[in-house]
Design a binder for this molecule. Sequence first.
Ligand code: LYS
Length: 258
Amino acid sequence: TGLIMNLLRSVLAGVCVALAASGVQARSWADIEKSGTLIAATGGDLKPFNYFEGKQLTGFEVELTDAIARKLGLKVEWKVLSFDSLLAGLQRDRWDLAISSHGITEERAKVVDFTNPHYCGGATIVSKDGKVAKAADLAGKTVAVQTGTTYLERLRKMDGIGSVRNFPLDRDARAATVSGRADAWVTDKFVAMEAIKLVPDSGLKQGEILFPERMAGAMSKGNTELVKAFNKGLAEVMVDGTYEKLSKKYFDQDIRCK
Ligand code: LYS
């Protein structure tokens, strides 16, 4: 079924590209409020942030978005697509919000608007038995990362890396490292912690943090009222205990930016 899911994701991404020419306007906050539904897109492959439990999409970002939407009097309609198609789909107004552990970068901020950050994490090196632990250890090594990520961008700019292999799904980058097809995997520190728990016999160990990141939801460029509304909902769940409860449930700690 993994294969079929991948195939489906590719087909869906293709459909989005085909719809690019339609030139639909982003739904305004007023439109969304009237419709009662926020359309949100996520990768669905990043435990514990957004993933499937059986047929049910769940995870920290999914539950957090649902909670924020409830504050705003909305339901969320979820769409699951490959990570590297999420921001592009936003520009084509296929959904109102992309929330999938996107780090805030200047590059991305040119094409989308970011909400306030919903957590702070960091790119970390993961390898079997911690053999590759520091940036300097990456020299001459094969490194696995997910397509479309800040990790890939960063690794491409580093000198001396043997090769960088990218995978549409982060878990396939992990699997390549577990099986020895890659020497190291770069992913978020919280994803790494979860992966180490998930495959305890793999010998995976976390190394150094390559760079810190502030993660935020992305919206269509110029959709200011929607960004404001989301930020208001986020602020509310951050003070009323909802955020803390969810964060402790998934991470045993509060991962908000300090
Ligand atoms: N935080 C990284 C980025 O912004 C990785 C996100 C990965 C989501 N599956 O690109």
